[in-house]
Design a protein around this ligand. Structure first.
Ligand code: NAP
Length: 295
Protein backbone atom coordinates (compact mmCIF):
# COMPACT_ATOMS: atom_id res chain seq x y z
CA UNK A 1 0.00 0.00 0.00
CA UNK A 2 1.28 3.46 -0.83
CA UNK A 3 -1.50 5.70 0.52
CA UNK A 4 -1.37 7.13 4.01
CA UNK A 5 -4.21 5.89 6.19
CA UNK A 6 -6.34 8.75 7.54
CA UNK A 7 -7.14 7.74 11.10
CA UNK A 8 -10.69 8.89 11.82
CA UNK A 9 -10.73 7.17 15.22
CA UNK A 10 -7.74 9.17 16.44
CA UNK A 11 -9.10 12.46 15.07
CA UNK A 12 -12.50 11.75 16.65
CA UNK A 13 -10.89 10.97 20.02
CA UNK A 14 -9.07 14.33 19.90
CA UNK A 15 -12.31 16.20 19.14
CA UNK A 16 -14.27 14.36 21.84
CA UNK A 17 -11.58 15.12 24.43
CA UNK A 18 -11.74 18.83 23.47
CA UNK A 19 -15.53 18.74 23.68
CA UNK A 20 -15.34 17.18 27.16
CA UNK A 21 -13.03 20.02 28.34
CA UNK A 22 -15.47 22.60 27.00
CA UNK A 23 -18.41 20.78 28.60
CA UNK A 24 -16.74 21.08 32.01
CA UNK A 25 -16.15 24.82 31.44
CA UNK A 26 -19.76 25.30 30.24
CA UNK A 27 -21.13 23.51 33.30
CA UNK A 28 -19.01 25.70 35.57
CA UNK A 29 -20.20 28.86 33.84
CA UNK A 30 -23.85 28.12 33.12
CA UNK A 31 -24.64 25.78 36.00
CA UNK A 32 -25.78 22.82 33.92
CA UNK A 33 -24.28 20.47 31.34
CA UNK A 34 -25.22 20.71 27.65
CA UNK A 35 -27.99 18.22 26.88
CA UNK A 36 -28.66 15.96 23.88
CA UNK A 37 -31.97 14.18 23.30
CA UNK A 38 -31.95 11.17 20.97
CA UNK A 39 -35.14 9.74 19.52
CA UNK A 40 -35.18 6.23 18.07
CA UNK A 41 -38.40 4.97 16.49
CA UNK A 42 -38.61 1.22 15.88
CA UNK A 43 -36.14 -1.63 16.07
CA UNK A 44 -33.89 -1.23 13.03
CA UNK A 45 -30.68 -2.93 14.27
CA UNK A 46 -28.24 -0.55 12.54
CA UNK A 47 -30.13 2.52 13.83
CA UNK A 48 -30.18 1.04 17.35
CA UNK A 49 -26.39 0.57 17.23
CA UNK A 50 -25.85 4.16 16.02
CA UNK A 51 -28.12 5.64 18.70
CA UNK A 52 -26.46 3.58 21.45
CA UNK A 53 -23.05 4.88 20.33
CA UNK A 54 -24.38 8.46 20.34
CA UNK A 55 -25.84 8.05 23.83
CA UNK A 56 -22.57 6.56 25.10
CA UNK A 57 -20.53 9.41 23.58
CA UNK A 58 -22.89 11.94 25.19
CA UNK A 59 -22.28 10.44 28.64
CA UNK A 60 -18.51 10.21 28.05
CA UNK A 61 -18.39 13.89 27.15
CA UNK A 62 -20.08 14.73 30.46
CA UNK A 63 -23.25 15.93 28.75
CA UNK A 64 -26.80 15.20 29.84
CA UNK A 65 -28.51 12.55 27.72
CA UNK A 66 -32.25 12.15 27.18
CA UNK A 67 -32.93 8.91 25.28
CA UNK A 68 -36.39 8.28 23.83
CA UNK A 69 -36.98 4.79 22.41
CA UNK A 70 -40.37 4.58 20.74
CA UNK A 71 -42.18 1.59 19.20
CA UNK A 72 -42.32 1.31 15.40
CA UNK A 73 -46.09 1.82 15.60
CA UNK A 74 -45.55 5.43 16.77
CA UNK A 75 -47.70 7.82 14.73
CA UNK A 76 -46.40 10.98 13.12
CA UNK A 77 -48.55 13.08 15.48
CA UNK A 78 -47.06 11.32 18.53
CA UNK A 79 -43.50 11.89 17.30
CA UNK A 80 -44.19 15.54 16.48
CA UNK A 81 -45.56 16.01 19.98
CA UNK A 82 -42.37 14.60 21.52
CA UNK A 83 -40.23 16.85 19.31
CA UNK A 84 -42.33 19.85 20.34
CA UNK A 85 -41.81 18.96 24.02
CA UNK A 86 -38.07 18.65 23.48
CA UNK A 87 -38.04 22.04 21.69
CA UNK A 88 -39.49 23.58 24.86
CA UNK A 89 -37.27 21.66 27.31
CA UNK A 90 -34.62 24.05 28.65
CA UNK A 91 -32.28 21.19 29.55
CA UNK A 92 -32.13 20.02 25.93
CA UNK A 93 -29.71 21.82 23.58
CA UNK A 94 -29.69 19.25 20.79
CA UNK A 95 -32.38 16.99 19.30
CA UNK A 96 -31.44 14.02 17.16
CA UNK A 97 -34.20 11.99 15.53
CA UNK A 98 -32.52 8.91 14.05
CA UNK A 99 -33.31 8.28 10.38
CA UNK A 100 -34.76 6.36 8.61
CA UNK A 101 -38.20 6.59 10.21
CA UNK A 102 -41.02 4.04 9.73
CA UNK A 103 -43.15 4.54 6.62
CA UNK A 104 -46.13 6.14 8.40
CA UNK A 105 -43.96 9.12 9.43
CA UNK A 106 -42.90 11.92 7.05
CA UNK A 107 -39.24 12.55 7.95
CA UNK A 108 -39.32 15.98 6.30
CA UNK A 109 -42.14 17.13 8.55
CA UNK A 110 -40.29 15.88 11.63
CA UNK A 111 -37.07 17.66 10.62
CA UNK A 112 -38.97 20.91 10.00
CA UNK A 113 -40.55 20.66 13.46
CA UNK A 114 -37.19 20.59 15.25
CA UNK A 115 -36.22 24.03 16.56
CA UNK A 116 -33.36 25.07 14.19
CA UNK A 117 -31.15 26.11 17.12
CA UNK A 118 -31.43 22.54 18.50
CA UNK A 119 -31.09 20.82 15.12
CA UNK A 120 -27.70 19.20 15.82
CA UNK A 121 -27.99 17.02 12.69
CA UNK A 122 -28.12 20.24 10.64
CA UNK A 123 -30.91 18.89 8.42
CA UNK A 124 -33.51 21.65 8.99
CA UNK A 125 -34.05 23.76 5.84
CA UNK A 126 -33.09 26.83 7.90
CA UNK A 127 -29.67 25.34 8.67
CA UNK A 128 -29.26 24.02 5.11
CA UNK A 129 -30.08 27.49 3.75
CA UNK A 130 -27.75 29.24 6.17
CA UNK A 131 -24.91 26.87 5.23
CA UNK A 132 -25.59 27.51 1.52
CA UNK A 133 -25.50 31.28 2.02
CA UNK A 134 -22.38 31.25 4.18
CA UNK A 135 -24.12 32.16 7.46
CA UNK A 136 -23.38 30.51 10.82
CA UNK A 137 -25.43 27.32 11.10
CA UNK A 138 -25.43 23.85 12.56
CA UNK A 139 -23.60 21.79 9.93
CA UNK A 140 -24.48 18.12 9.19
CA UNK A 141 -22.11 15.91 11.19
CA UNK A 142 -20.84 13.50 8.53
CA UNK A 143 -19.75 16.06 5.93
CA UNK A 144 -18.33 18.29 8.66
CA UNK A 145 -16.28 15.31 9.86
CA UNK A 146 -15.06 14.74 6.30
CA UNK A 147 -14.06 18.39 6.02
CA UNK A 148 -12.12 18.19 9.29
CA UNK A 149 -10.16 15.18 7.97
CA UNK A 150 -9.47 16.91 4.65
CA UNK A 151 -8.25 20.08 6.32
CA UNK A 152 -6.02 18.09 8.70
CA UNK A 153 -4.56 16.19 5.76
CA UNK A 154 -4.21 18.92 3.16
CA UNK A 155 -4.27 22.26 4.97
CA UNK A 156 -5.74 24.73 2.47
CA UNK A 157 -8.19 23.23 -0.01
CA UNK A 158 -8.31 26.38 -2.16
CA UNK A 159 -8.19 25.69 -5.88
CA UNK A 160 -8.22 21.90 -5.53
CA UNK A 161 -10.57 19.89 -7.76
CA UNK A 162 -13.04 17.97 -5.60
CA UNK A 163 -15.61 15.40 -6.65
CA UNK A 164 -18.43 14.30 -4.39
CA UNK A 165 -20.19 11.16 -5.55
CA UNK A 166 -23.74 11.36 -4.15
CA UNK A 167 -26.14 14.29 -3.75
CA UNK A 168 -28.16 13.41 -0.65
CA UNK A 169 -29.33 16.14 1.70
CA UNK A 170 -27.44 14.55 4.58
CA UNK A 171 -24.03 14.02 2.96
CA UNK A 172 -23.48 15.03 -0.68
CA UNK A 173 -25.14 18.46 -0.81
CA UNK A 174 -23.78 19.85 2.48
CA UNK A 175 -20.35 18.41 1.58
CA UNK A 176 -20.50 20.42 -1.64
CA UNK A 177 -21.38 23.60 0.26
CA UNK A 178 -18.54 23.08 2.71
CA UNK A 179 -15.98 22.50 -0.05
CA UNK A 180 -17.22 25.53 -2.01
CA UNK A 181 -16.74 27.47 1.23
CA UNK A 182 -13.12 26.27 1.24
CA UNK A 183 -12.67 27.56 -2.34
CA UNK A 184 -12.28 24.09 -3.85
CA UNK A 185 -13.63 23.59 -7.38
CA UNK A 186 -16.51 21.23 -6.75
CA UNK A 187 -18.25 18.66 -8.94
CA UNK A 188 -21.24 16.71 -7.60
CA UNK A 189 -21.89 13.36 -9.31
CA UNK A 190 -24.96 11.14 -8.99
CA UNK A 191 -26.68 8.20 -10.64
CA UNK A 192 -27.23 10.12 -13.91
CA UNK A 193 -23.63 11.32 -14.24
CA UNK A 194 -22.05 10.25 -17.53
CA UNK A 195 -18.54 8.73 -17.62
CA UNK A 196 -18.19 8.79 -13.84
CA UNK A 197 -14.71 7.18 -13.79
CA UNK A 198 -13.48 9.92 -16.13
CA UNK A 199 -14.95 12.67 -13.94
CA UNK A 200 -13.43 11.13 -10.80
CA UNK A 201 -10.00 10.85 -12.47
CA UNK A 202 -9.72 14.66 -12.64
CA UNK A 203 -10.13 15.19 -8.91
CA UNK A 204 -7.56 15.94 -6.23
CA UNK A 205 -10.20 15.15 -3.58
CA UNK A 206 -12.71 12.30 -3.88
CA UNK A 207 -15.60 12.03 -1.42
CA UNK A 208 -17.64 8.87 -2.04
CA UNK A 209 -21.14 8.87 -0.48
CA UNK A 210 -23.10 6.48 -2.65
CA UNK A 211 -24.05 3.37 -0.69
CA UNK A 212 -22.61 0.93 -3.27
CA UNK A 213 -19.98 -1.47 -2.01
CA UNK A 214 -16.50 -0.83 -3.47
CA UNK A 215 -17.83 1.06 -6.51
CA UNK A 216 -14.86 3.43 -6.89
CA UNK A 217 -12.01 1.41 -8.44
CA UNK A 218 -8.27 1.96 -8.45
CA UNK A 219 -8.16 3.08 -12.10
CA UNK A 220 -10.77 5.80 -11.40
CA UNK A 221 -8.48 7.71 -9.07
CA UNK A 222 -5.80 10.24 -9.97
CA UNK A 223 -2.41 9.31 -8.50
CA UNK A 224 -1.84 11.35 -5.36
CA UNK A 225 -5.52 12.12 -4.72
CA UNK A 226 -7.01 12.23 -1.20
CA UNK A 227 -9.96 9.85 -0.85
CA UNK A 228 -12.69 10.08 1.78
CA UNK A 229 -14.97 7.04 1.89
CA UNK A 230 -18.32 7.78 3.54
CA UNK A 231 -19.99 4.52 2.49
CA UNK A 232 -21.03 1.86 4.98
CA UNK A 233 -22.08 -1.35 3.24
CA UNK A 234 -22.38 -4.84 4.71
CA UNK A 235 -21.32 -7.56 2.29
CA UNK A 236 -21.87 -11.30 2.86
CA UNK A 237 -19.01 -13.51 4.10
CA UNK A 238 -18.67 -17.31 4.34
CA UNK A 239 -19.16 -17.29 8.12
CA UNK A 240 -22.54 -15.60 7.64
CA UNK A 241 -21.61 -12.58 9.77
CA UNK A 242 -20.94 -10.20 6.89
CA UNK A 243 -18.24 -7.55 6.64
CA UNK A 244 -18.38 -3.75 6.44
CA UNK A 245 -16.88 -2.13 3.35
CA UNK A 246 -17.02 1.38 1.96
CA UNK A 247 -17.95 2.77 -1.43
CA UNK A 248 -14.27 2.63 -2.43
CA UNK A 249 -12.34 -0.53 -3.41
CA UNK A 250 -9.84 0.10 -0.64
CA UNK A 251 -7.01 -2.25 -1.66
CA UNK A 252 -6.94 -0.97 -5.24
CA UNK A 253 -7.34 2.72 -4.45
CA UNK A 254 -4.75 2.62 -1.67
CA UNK A 255 -2.15 1.74 -4.37
CA UNK A 256 -2.86 5.02 -6.17
CA UNK A 257 -4.09 7.64 -3.68
CA UNK A 258 -1.88 9.74 -1.41
CA UNK A 259 -4.25 9.30 1.53
CA UNK A 260 -7.45 7.37 2.19
CA UNK A 261 -9.93 6.78 5.01
CA UNK A 262 -10.56 3.15 6.01
CA UNK A 263 -14.00 1.61 6.60
CA UNK A 264 -14.56 1.14 9.48
CA UNK A 265 -12.43 3.62 11.41
CA UNK A 266 -12.54 6.58 9.02
CA UNK A 267 -15.59 8.81 8.62
CA UNK A 268 -17.89 6.86 10.99
CA UNK A 269 -16.23 7.91 14.28
CA UNK A 270 -16.04 11.51 13.01
CA UNK A 271 -19.82 11.66 12.62
CA UNK A 272 -20.33 10.99 16.33
CA UNK A 273 -17.53 13.38 17.34
CA UNK A 274 -19.16 16.14 15.28
CA UNK A 275 -22.54 15.42 16.85
CA UNK A 276 -20.93 16.07 20.24
CA UNK A 277 -19.34 19.21 18.84
CA UNK A 278 -22.65 20.44 17.42
CA UNK A 279 -24.44 19.85 20.72
CA UNK A 280 -21.77 21.86 22.52
CA UNK A 281 -22.04 24.66 19.95
CA UNK A 282 -25.85 24.69 20.19
CA UNK A 283 -25.61 24.91 24.00
CA UNK A 284 -23.22 27.86 23.77
CA UNK A 285 -25.43 29.74 21.31
CA UNK A 286 -28.57 29.08 23.37
CA UNK A 287 -26.76 30.41 26.46
CA UNK A 288 -25.69 33.54 24.56
CA UNK A 289 -22.00 32.53 24.64
CA UNK A 290 -19.45 32.68 21.80
CA UNK A 291 -18.81 29.42 19.96
CA UNK A 292 -16.23 27.22 21.72
CA UNK A 293 -12.74 27.55 20.24
CA UNK A 294 -10.61 24.82 18.68
CA UNK A 295 -13.50 22.87 17.18
P1 NAP B 1 -28.44 8.15 -0.40
O1 NAP B 1 -29.38 9.14 0.18
O2 NAP B 1 -28.94 6.81 -0.82
O3 NAP B 1 -27.73 8.85 -1.65
C1 NAP B 1 -26.89 8.11 -2.49
C2 NAP B 1 -26.42 9.00 -3.62
O4 NAP B 1 -25.58 8.21 -4.46
C3 NAP B 1 -27.55 9.55 -4.49
O5 NAP B 1 -27.31 10.91 -4.76
C4 NAP B 1 -27.47 8.70 -5.75
O6 NAP B 1 -27.80 9.39 -6.94
C5 NAP B 1 -25.99 8.38 -5.80
N1 NAP B 1 -25.76 7.16 -6.57
C6 NAP B 1 -26.41 5.97 -6.45
N2 NAP B 1 -25.92 5.10 -7.35
C7 NAP B 1 -24.97 5.75 -8.05
C8 NAP B 1 -24.11 5.38 -9.11
N3 NAP B 1 -24.14 4.16 -9.64
N4 NAP B 1 -23.26 6.30 -9.58
C9 NAP B 1 -23.21 7.54 -9.06
N5 NAP B 1 -23.99 7.95 -8.03
C10 NAP B 1 -24.87 7.06 -7.54
O7 NAP B 1 -27.23 7.85 0.58
P2 NAP B 1 -26.57 8.74 1.76
O8 NAP B 1 -27.51 8.81 2.88
O9 NAP B 1 -25.97 9.98 1.20
O10 NAP B 1 -25.40 7.74 2.19
C11 NAP B 1 -24.38 7.34 1.29
C12 NAP B 1 -23.52 6.28 1.95
O11 NAP B 1 -22.90 6.85 3.10
C13 NAP B 1 -24.28 5.06 2.49
O12 NAP B 1 -23.44 3.91 2.36
C14 NAP B 1 -24.49 5.38 3.95
O13 NAP B 1 -24.61 4.21 4.75
C15 NAP B 1 -23.21 6.09 4.26
N6 NAP B 1 -23.29 7.03 5.40
C16 NAP B 1 -22.29 6.94 6.31
C17 NAP B 1 -22.27 7.81 7.38
C18 NAP B 1 -21.14 7.72 8.36
O14 NAP B 1 -21.26 8.19 9.46
N7 NAP B 1 -19.99 7.16 7.95
C19 NAP B 1 -23.28 8.77 7.54
C20 NAP B 1 -24.28 8.86 6.56
C21 NAP B 1 -24.26 7.98 5.49
P3 NAP B 1 -29.31 9.92 -7.25
O15 NAP B 1 -29.46 11.15 -6.40
O16 NAP B 1 -29.26 10.22 -8.70
O17 NAP B 1 -30.23 8.81 -6.86
Amino acid sequence: MTAKLIDGRAAAATIRARVADHVAAFQHRVGRAPGLATVLVGEDPASAVYVRSKNRATAEAGMAGFAHNLPDTTSEAELLQIVTQLNADERVDGILVQLPLPGQIDAGRVIETIEPGKDVDGFHPMNAGRLATGLPSLVPCTPYGCLYLLRSELGSLAGLDAIIIGRSNIVGKPMAQLLIGESATVTVAHSKTRDLPDVVRRADIVVAAVGRAEMVRGDWVKPGATVIDVGINRIPTNDGKGRLVGDVAFDEVAQVAAAITPVPGGVGPMTIAMLMRNTLVAAHRRAGLADPEGL
